[in-house]
Design a protein around this ligand. Structure first.
Ligand code: GDP
Length: 424
């Protein structure tokens, strides 16, 4: 038995879903341990092209059990929509291959409202939230003002609990934001239309995982977003509202004592960032447009154009360190094939000094990128399946990144399809 976490090293959208989909054949169970439906994993395999938001990326493999852990923001409405989409594409979802932790909190419709209302209040100071209700959800979870998925099995208790929460939330909605209050009819509709459909999947996944562990089963922990969006270690306050760290995987999964044998950090061969916040290595103008087009860098959930830049050694080294990555998957190397010379952000300049350690978030706005150029390879590498098939210039680029971040690049991805991968 061996356990592995697949995590993002940068700002998210590194291609984690693609790596989980590739590696799930070695694992019995895939657990999403944090985050909500506010980001998207795009997975392309023999069954089609899928945009996953909440469902773990192991859902396409027969025999693999997929779990939404207690650390996840389970939004019944989004989840039902996503389940319907995936089912319409021919993927079976049953209580056997998709389980939801009974200890996971449910994202309520009012969390989405709160997100929207607060972004509107902030106007030009907004955080660029995806308005999926994630920040209000986690705030309420920490205030113990959420219901747990397992409460769906206790209708009387649930009704009382939800009534009390609604009364409390209506105070903020009406008195702070001047919005309409919720009524019990609205909540009942939500319970019938969405919660009833996910209820068969709710289970004591902690007990299930514990048993699986004693039986020697292997578990893959899947993260959403990346190191720089981690609530504690990221670019505060432009982070997400949960912990994207591999170290959080056992806690957010329901197996707090789990040992993680391997942490695969996913790094994109260049940088992208969605939403607001400091992004030191950002490129602008036609150069940026070209890279955005080449990599098709538009948000899977929102369609928003992603900000782009060269690979950022300073941020990536930090991401590797905080994730304690044991190996790296470098994705989208093929996207850089059009470039005559490849830019790399090697350092930051801060107050006239060269910096190679990722600075405190408040200092990031004063940092400028130091960019060096590497030779491009100017040929299509998407058919390469072995390290030696890569052109020298591409190998040099990968080896340079590896040396700078101090972690072995075990996988080099040269296309979005499952088999477009080089394993070293
Ligand atoms: P995630 O949230 O980390 O899973 O990343 P996303 O799914 O948001 O973004 C990764 C995107 O890049 C998806 O559209 C993938 O299909 C695509 N992708 C992943 N690896 C590669 C690759 O090596 N080359 C190319 N061209 N696309 C890739």
């Amino acid at each position: 038995m061996s356990n592995c976490a697949i995590v993002g090293i940068n700002w998210g959208d590194e291609g984690k879903g693609r790596m989980v989909d590739l590696l799930t054949d070695r694992y019995d169970i895939v657990v999403r341990f944090q985050g909500g439906g506010n980001a998207g994993h795009t997975v392309i395999n023999e069954r089609g092209k899928f945009a996953l938001h909440l469902l773990p990326s192991g859902i396409f493999r027969e025999g693999v059990v997929n779990i939404l852990g207690n650390g996840v923001a389970v939004d019944p409405e989004s989840l039902v929509r996503e389940m319907n989409e995936v089912r319409a594409q021919g993927v079976a979802l049953t209580p056997e291959n998709l389980m939801i932790s009974d200890r996971a909190s449910l994202l309520m419709p009012w969390h989405r409202d709160m997100d929207e209302l607060e972004e509107r209040r902030l106007a030009d100071k907004k955080f660029g939230s995806t308005k999926q209700g994630i920040a209000p959800f986690y705030s309420d979870k920490f205030q113990k003002k959420t219901v747990l998925a397992g409460e769906l099995n206790y209708p009387e208790h649930l009704r009382e609990h939800l009534m009390a929460l609604m009364e409390w939330k209506n105070l903020t909605l009406t008195k702070v934001y001047g919005a309409e209050p919720y009524t019990w009819e609205m909540i009942e509709r939500w319970l019938n239309d969405y919660c009833a459909l996910i209820k068969p999947h709710v289970a004591d996944t902690g007990a299930f995982l514990k048993k699986a562990q004693t039986e020697g089963k292997s578990i893959l922990f899947e993260a959403q977003l990346g190191s720089l969006r981690d609530l504690d270690y990221g670019i505060h306050p432009y982070t997400t509202s949960s912990n994207t760290m591999a170290a959080y995987a056992p806690i957010g999964s329901g197996l707090p004592g789990a040992r993680i044998d391997e942490v695969i950090g996913v790094v994109k061969a260049y940088s992208t960032c969605v939403g607001e916040g400091p992004f030191v290595c950002e490129m602008f103008g036609p150069e940026a447009d070209k890279l955005r087009e080449a990599g098709f860098e538009y948000g899977a959930k929102t369609g928003r154009p992603r900000r782009v830049g060269p690979v950022d050694i300073v941020a990536t080294r930090y991401g590797v360190e905080v994730q304690a990555a044991t190996a790296i998957a470098l994705t989208k190397l093929d996207v850089l094939s059009y470039m005559d010379r490849i830019p790399v952000c090697t350092h930051y300049r801060l107050n006239g000094e060269l910096v190679d350690r990722f600075p405190f978030p408040a200092a990031l706005d004063d940092c400028e990128p130091v960019v060096e150029y590497f030779d491009g390879w100017n040929c299509d590498i998407s058919a390469c399946r072995k390290w030696d098939e890569l052109p020298e210039a591409a190998k040099n680029y990968v080896l340079y990144i590896e040396k700078q971040i101090g972690c072995f690049i075990k996988y080099v991805s040269v296309g979005p399809e499952r088999d477009s991968i080089i394993v070293r």
